[in-house]
Write a protein that binds this ligand. Structure first.
Ligand SMILES: Nc1ncnc2c1ncn2[C@@H]1O[C@H](COP(=O)(O)OP(=O)(O)OP(=O)(O)O)[C@@H](O)[C@H]1O
Ligand SMILES: [Mg+2]
Length: 276
């Protein structure tokens, strides 16, 4: 790539590369910070459940009440473990390796982390994940980050609540897994749709009360990540109807030499609504 170029060009490119890596790391840390603050509240709720049922079990000596208390404490403890495992998994996986990844698990792990936030904003989530979906060859953390970014954008586009549909399917012909995040939010006007993947393009005033949004780097980051996977990300949107992002990710057993990276910005008005 550097052949025939001046000496300065490679070092400039190296600097850009290094800055990109630093940005990716900073974004990951910011995403982690957001998740921690979201889930701390949820964690507190779980603890209150444990404390209250433990008190109830101590107060009432009869077997029936004690049994019920233990059941509630067990369920709350299991939920707490799920929450911390989700955060730890996100924090621990620092590798840049691509590995065979169960997309259904990736989706469910992310949803555990956003469960409380979604219900607070009165957003219901429907999962339509194909059975026996083959594993995708991806960096789990990065794709989870993309997925969380898309869910947060959808949530922010639905002021008075709404619905998010998550679909995952396998297209054997192309050897790709298709992952769709569709909302029935405000939608994006055509002149803006062309710019949403541009770095720093944002229509938001600033971070919302959860501390998210407004930087304009979310989607540009998503596109970079998907592109590095040899996949593509497309958007279809209609004002007043909603927005759908579709990601195509390579299946794990496909040749690792992977297709050449393509970015496709499918700018077209969606005939599809969230009700499909
Ligand atoms: N699901 C969506 N519905 C409506 N508009 C959207 C949706 N997703 C993205 N957008 C538009 O695209 C813009 C860019 O999104 P992007 O995620 O890159 O930045 P942001 O959300 O504004 O800030 P951040 O970098 O903090 O995520 C948003 O400001 C918004 O106008
Ligand atoms: Mg965003």
């Amino acid at each position: 790539m550097q052949a025939g170029e001046t000496n300065e060009t490679p070092s400039l490119q190296e600097q850009i590369e290094s800055l990109k890596q630093q940005l990716a790391h900073a974004q990951k840390m910011a995403a982690l910070g957001e998740l921690v603050s979201t889930t701390t509240h949820e964690y507190n709720n779980v603890l209150m459940t444990v404390i209250n049922y433990a008190k109830m079990g101590l107060r009432h000596k009869d077997d029936k009440t004690r049994h019920k208390s233990f059941e509630k404490i067990l369920a709350a403890g299991q939920r707490a473990a799920k929450i911390t495992n989700g955060i730890l998994g996100f924090a621990r996986n620092r590798s840049d390796e691509f590995e065979p990844t169960d997309i259904v698990k990736l989706v469910d792990d992310a949803l555990i982390l956003l469960e409380r936030e979604m219900s607070k904003y009165r957003i219901s989530i429907e999962r339509r994940l194909e059975e026996n979906l083959p594993e995708a060859m991806v960096n789990t953390n990065q794709i989870q980050q993309v997925f969380l970014n898309l869910l947060t954008n959808s949530r922010q586009a639905m002021d008075g609540g709404g619905r998010i549909l998550i679909k995952a399917s396998h297209d054997a012909a192309s050897g790709m897994i298709e992952l769709v995040v569709r909302d029935n939010g405000a939608g994006i006007p055509e002149e803006k749709l062309r710019r949403i993947f541009d770095p720093y393009f944002s229509t938001k005033q600033g971070p919302d009360e959860t501390g998210k949004g407004g930087t304009g780097v979310g989607l540009s980051m998503c596109r970079d990540i998907i592109e590095a996977h040899g996949g593509k990300i497309q958007v279809a949107s209609k004002v007043g109807t909603g927005t759908a992002f579709t990601m195509f990710l390579p299946v794990a057993k496909a040749t690792p030499a992977a297709p050449s990276p393509t970015i496709t910005l499918g700018v077209h008005n969606a005939p599809n609504s969230c009700n499909s």
